[in-house]
Design a protein around this ligand. Structure first.
Ligand code: AP5
Ligand code: MG
Length: 218
């Protein structure tokens, strides 16, 4: 069982890096944002609730996300998983610890992709994701081979509604402080590693994989 938590501010590169780490470890990616966007698109009760928070750049309530995310973890993470976007608050991190401890498991590594906030606002303006599966592109730094079409599944590329600049700034203001609490939670457990996010996508991947294997205390 290998549970890896990927941390970073909105736009730091979690969704870009999670599949590479998951392939390396041969485990699935569980991405809270993708889960919520699918619920919004399907118009489920969860989607309707989540949309109210996501469109304002706010975190959705801990009770709601903890329940759905831990259900996914139980059903899909038999040999481990890379967690993208969960936990986002100290309460979520503690709920995850408790759920894993029930089966004698724990978070093995928390990997923090560090990027200054001003760089992130710029990145998000040029981000595109694919409609079918949320694969991540950037028209400036990481374009698809065919314009507006996903290299992996061929679906059209779209802009996320929460990537509008005012919403991005709200996400930063409201979500970075609790993210720091989560980082501290893992730092005090000795399992946090921080990686420089202002380098090529391949450079970040290499550092993340090296940090996975670095057994030294943080
Ligand atoms: P979520 O979808 O998780 O959004 P987020 O955390 O804000 O992160 P992003 O997906 O925006 O960024 P990312 O780090 O994945 O970056 P990416 O790889 O795309 O959550 C959305 C919403 O759902 C939240 O706002 C909240 O409302 C709710 N939510 C989710 N989880 C929750 C939870 N646990 N509790 C409560 N609410 C929750 O990269 C960004 C761009 O940069 C891309 O264009 C990419 O191509 C480019 N890029 C990536 N790496 C590089 C690089 N090295 N150099 C240059 N460009 C790069
Ligand atoms: Mg993402």
């Amino acid at each position: 069982m290998s549970i890896i938590v990927l941390l970073g501010a909105p736009g730091a590169g979690k969704g870009t890096q999670a599949p590479t780490l998951a392939n390396h470890l041969d485990v699935p990616v569980l991405a809270s944002g993708d889960l919520l966007r699918a619920a919004v698109a399907a118009g489920t009760p969860l989607g309707l609730e989540a949309d109210r928070y996501m469109s304002r750049g706010q975190l959705i309530p801990d009770d709601t996300i903890v329940k759905i995310f831990l259900d996914q973890l139980r059903s899909r993470a038999r040999n481990g998983a890379v967690l993208d976007g969960f936990p986002r608050t100290r309460a979520q991190a503690e709920a995850l610890d408790r759920a894993l401890a029930e089966h004698g498991d724990k978070v093995d590594r928390a990997l923090y992709i560090a990027v200054p906030l001003d760089d992130l606002v710029v990145r998000m303006a040029s981000r595109r994701i694919c409609e079918a599966n949320g694969h991540v592109y950037n028209v400036a730094t990481n374009p698809p081979q065919t314009p507006n079409q996903c290299d992996i599944d061929g679906s059209p590329l779209i802009q996320r509604p929460d990537d509008e600049e005012a919403t991005v700034r709200a996400r930063m203001a409201q979500q970075v402080p609790p993210l720091e609490d989560v980082a501290e939670h893992y730092r005090s457990a000795g399992i946090l590693r921080t990686v420089e996010g202002r380098q090529s996508i391949e450079g970040v991947s290499g550092d993340l994989i090296a940090a996975l294997e670095d057994g030294a205390p943080a």
